[in-house]
Design a protein around this ligand. Structure first.
Ligand code: 5GP
Length: 140
């Protein structure tokens, strides 16, 4: 299994395609999922390229999990969620569709169903508003 530098998240990292950015530091980037399974569905990725968790440099995981925690707290706050689901898929058999390591952050509330994985594209104005809400929650 090799890392393809032309995957969609590598293109986002290079600025070749746009994203609704939520957070960025030296090692990681967080942005809205374009087909959100819940309002506030955010992805956190390392800047270092790896297909998924299985081939990642262990040194990249500390900064990545610190960003996952930071963004998860902001998502919970921004959406008033009771809980937060963190998901991460490795290889197609496990549900992975984009082959650059990423963690899904999904705000959850009791009884609220998730929409399908890689389902319907969201309205960009809505994603922009959600990203702004999460950025504001990160600032306080
Ligand atoms: P995976 O199945 O690999 O864990 O998840 C990939 C995720 O990336 C899916 O939830 C899908 O909605 C999202 N996604 C696919 N293409 C794009 C894109 O071009 N931009 C963004 N922001 N998300 C994407």
């Amino acid at each position: 299994m090799t890392y393809d530098t032309n995957n969609i998240f590598a293109k986002i990292l290079r600025g070749e395609i746009p994203c609704h950015k939520v957070y960025e530091d030296a090692h990681t980037l967080a942005f809205m999922d374009v087909m959100p399974q819940a309002d506030g569905h955010t992805l956190v990725i390392p800047k270092a390229g790896s297909r998924n968790l299985l081939d990642a440099d262990p040194a990249a995981l500390g900064p990545l999990m610190a960003s996952v925690q930071k963004v998860a707290n902001a998502v919970r706050k921004a959406f008033g969620a009771e809980g937060v689901l963190i998901q991460q898929f490795n290889e197609p058999a496990a549900g992975q569709t984009v082959f650059h390591l990423h963690f899904h952050i999904l705000p959850r509330s009791t009884g609220a169903a998730l929409r399908p994985h890689s389902g319907k594209m969201a309205d960009h104005a809505v994603l922009a508003e959600h990203a702004a809400r999460i950025r504001a929650a990160l600032e306080v």
